[in-house]
Design a protein around this ligand. Structure first.
Ligand code: FAD
Length: 519
C-alpha cells in the first residue's frame, strides 16, 4: 500500500510540475508562486489556438495562454509583466478574427478573453439600463460577441445602432479597430457609439473613462489597435429595435452611376435608408457568396447572363427597417427614396426579412463553408478607405485593370461610401482627409498554395495607389516598418506615440500589431 501511495504522490508531483515545464525563458519564474499560475496553459491545444487566427497567414508562438476568470486576474498578469525587469508582451485575444496575427504575442502571454464569459451564464455580462442623460444603453464585457449583445438587448426591444457585417466578433476586438458596416454613414462606426469604457492599461491600472472622465484614455483606446489597454467593459448606445427589414440589391454596369446613387442615398438625413453597402460582381464570381445568399436561382441566372455580356457589375445593397407601426407605409417610403436612381431596368431585387435574419446574414454562409472545410483557409484580406475624389481612378486602375483583367479575385469585394462627420478625430482610428470616403474590402479566400499570389495582387494595388497619389488608408492596418506606421497615422502619429508612452510605457500590449515591437 505504501508503494502505491508513493507512486501516486510521485505521479501527482510530476503532473503538477508538468503543467509548468518547460518553463519559458521569457516569463519570470515568480509567476509560478502566484495564484494566477493555475490559469496559465502551456499545452499544444492552447498554444496552437493562440498562435493562429482567421487569416491563417502568420503564426506567432506565445510562451503561455492565460485563461482569466475575472478582471482582477488580468490586472495581476499585466502587473507581473510591468514589474518584471524584462517585461513580456501581452495580447488580449477576442475571437481571433484578425488577419495578420494582431492578437498574437510572440514569446509572451495571450489572454483568452472568452474565458471571462465562461464564469457567467449567457447574458449576465450584458446589462441593459436607462438614464435621463444617456437614454438606453448596455454595459457589455469586452469579451462578449456582438451576436450575444444583439440577442440580449432584443429581449428589451432594443439594439445597438452600429454594426459589423459579421456578428461573431468581440466588442473589445471591433472597438480596437472601428467596427464598420452599412449603418456607419448614419450612426458612425461602432467606436462612435460608446459612452464609457473600463480599461486596464499597460501599467496594470484599472480606469473608467469617457468623453468627460479620463478622456485621453477613452479616445486612445477607441480604434487604438489594443495598444493602450484591455477593454473589460463598454457602455454601448442602444435604440428601439425594428422587427423587420426591406432588403434590396440593385445592379449597375456603370461605376459612376453606382457611386452617384450610393452617395445620394447616404446624404438623405430624414427618413432615409438604414443601411447602404455595395459590392463588385466579377465574371469569375457568383452573385451569391458566403456573405449572404440573397438571390434565388432564377435571379442568379438572370444576373449571370448579364455578367457574361458586361464582365463586371456593381451591386448596391440597401435596407430600410420597419416594424408593425410602419409596415403599412414602408414600401411607399422606399419607392420615394429610390425614385430617379440610375440602375439597370429590371435588375432590382427585393427581400423581406427579420431584423435578426438580416444582421446575422453571414452566419449561414459561414456554417456552410465550415461544413465543406472551406472556412478555415488562408484569408489574404485587404481593407481600405479610399477618398471619394479618387474612387473613379481606383475603379479604373484596381477593379477593372487589376482585379477583372487578372481574374484572380476569390471572394466578396465590397465598396460603399461613408461620411467622415460621423467619426471623432480625437480617437485613434485613422480615415482619409475627405468628407466622404469609400470602404473597400477585398475578402479573398485562398489555399495554402495560392494565397501568396493573392497577397502579391494586394501589394500591386497598394503600389498602384501609391504611384498615382491615391491617398488610401488601410482599415485593420498591417505594416512592416515604423515609417509605414508613421505614414498611416500621419498627423496623429505624435499623439499615438505620446499616448503609448503614457498608458503602456513598457510596450507590453498587443505586440502582434507590430507598431512598437518589431520582431
Ligand atoms: P481579435 O482578432 O481577437 O483582436 C483584434 C485586436 O484587438 C488585437 O490586437 C487584440 O489584441 C485586440 N483586442 C481584442 N480584444 C481586446 C480587448 N478586450 N481590449 C483591447 N484590445 C483587444 N470588421 C468591421 O469593422 N466590419 C465588418 O463588417 C467586419 N466583418 C468581418 C467578417 C469576418 C468574417 C471577419 C473574420 C472579420 C470581420 N471584420 C469586420 C474585422 C474584425 O472587426 C476585426 O478583425 C476584429 O479585430 C475582430 O474581432 P476579434 O474579437 O476576433 O478580435
Amino acid at each position: 500500500a505504501y508503494f502505491f501511495m508513493l507512486l501516486f504522490i510521485i505521479g501527482r508531483f510530476i503532473s503538477i510540475i508538468g503543467k509548468f515545464r518547460p518553463w519559458p525563458n521569457s516569463l519570470p519564474r515568480q509567476v509560478l508562486f502566484l495564484d494566477i499560475a493555475t490559469k496559465l496553459r502551456f499545452d499544444p491545444d492552447a498554444i496552437n489556438t493562440a498562435s493562429s487566427d482567421f487569416g491563417k497567414l502568420v503564426q506567432e508562438i506565445p510562451s503561455a495562454v492565460f485563461h482569466p476568470s475575472s478582471v482582477a486576474d488580468i490586472i495581476r498578469v499585466i502587473n507581473v509583466s510591468y514589474n518584471s525587469s524584462v517585461p513580456f508582451g501581452i495580447a488580449a485575444r477576442g475571437h481571433g478574427h484578425s488577419i495578420r496575427g494582431q492578437a498574437m504575442a510572440p514569446n509572451g502571454v495571450v489572454i483568452e478573453m472568452s474565458s471571462l464569459s465562461d464564469y457567467t451564464s449567457n447574458g449576465t455580462k450584458i446589462k441593459v439600463s436607462w438614464s435621463p442623460s444617456l437614454g438606453y444603453y448596455a454595459d457589455v464585457g469586452g469579451e462578449q460577441l456582438w451576436i450575444d449583445v444583439l440577442r440580449t438587448t432584443l429581449d428589451y426591444g432594443l439594439a445597438p445602432v452600429s454594426w459589423t457585417d459579421y456578428l461573431y466578433l468581440t466588442v473589445g476586438g471591433t472597438l480596437s479597430n472601428a467596427g464598420i458596416s452599412g449603418q456607419t454613414f448614419r450612426h458612425g462606426p461602432q467606436i462612435s457609439n460608446v459612452h464609457e469604457l473600463d480599461v486596464i492599461t499597460g501599467k496594470g491600472e484599472f480606469i473608467t473613462c469617457s468623453k468627460h472622465m479620463n478622456s485621453e484614455l477613452y479616445y486612445a483606446v477607441l480604434g487604438g489597435l489594443g495598444q493602450f489597454g484591455i477593454i473589460t467593459r463598454a457602455r454601448i448606445v442602444l435604440d428601439k429595435a425594428p422587427t423587420r427589414v426591406k432588403w434590396l440589391r440593385i445592379m449597375y454596369d456603370d461605376f459612376s452611376s453606382f457611386t452617384r446613387d450610393q452617395e445620394y442615398l447616404i446624404s438623405i438625413n430624414d427618413n432615409g435608408l438604414d443601411y447602404v453597402e455595395g459590392s463588385l460582381i466579377l465574371q469569375q464570381s457568383s452573385p451569391n457568396n458566403w456573405r449572404s445568399s440573397f438571390f434565388s436561382a432564377s435571379h442568379q441566372s438572370k444576373i449571370s447572363s448579364l455578367l457574361t455580356e458586361r464582365g463586371i457589375l456593381y451591386c448596391m445593397e440597401v435596407v430600410k427597417y420597419y416594424d408593425d407601426n410602419t409596415a403599412a407605409t414602408v414600401d411607399q417610403e422606399l419607392e420615394l427614396l429610390l425614385e430617379g436612381l440610375h440602375y439597370i431596368p429590371g435588375f432590382l431585387f427585393k427581400k423581406d426579412d427579420s431584423f435578426v435574419g438580416f444582421l446575422n446574414r453571414v452566419r449561414s454562409g459561414e456554417l456552410e463553408l465550415q461544413s465543406k472545410g472551406l472556412w478555415d483557409v488562408p484569408h489574404p484580406w485587404l481593407n481600405l478607405f479610399v477618398p471619394k475624389s479618387r474612387i473613379m481612378d481606383f475603379n479604373a486602375g484596381v477593379f477593372v485593370d487589376i482585379l477583372l483583367k487578372q481574374n484572380k479575385a476569390t471572394g466578396p469585394i465590397l465598396v460603399y461610401p461613408t461620411s467622415k462627420k460621423m467619426w471623432d478625430e480625437r480617437m485613434s482610428a485613422v480615415v482619409p482627409d475627405e468628407d466622404t470616403f469609400y470602404c473597400v474590402g477585398l475578402l479573398h479566400s485562398g489555399t495554402l498554395d495560392d494565397w501568396k499570389n493573392l497577397d502579391d495582387q494586394n501589394n500591386e494595388l497598394l503600389e498602384f495607389c501609391d504611384k498615382n497619389g491615391i491617398e488610401i488608408k488601410q482599415y485593420l492596418p498591417h505594416y512592416k516598418t515604423r515609417q509605414d506606421w508613421m505614414n498611416h497615422f500621419g498627423s496623429k502619429w505624435s499623439t499615438f506615440q505620446e499616448r503609448k508612452a503614457r498608458f503602456d510605457p513598457k510596450v507590453i500590449l498587443s505586440p502582434g500589431q507590430k507598431i512598437f515591437n518589431f520582431v
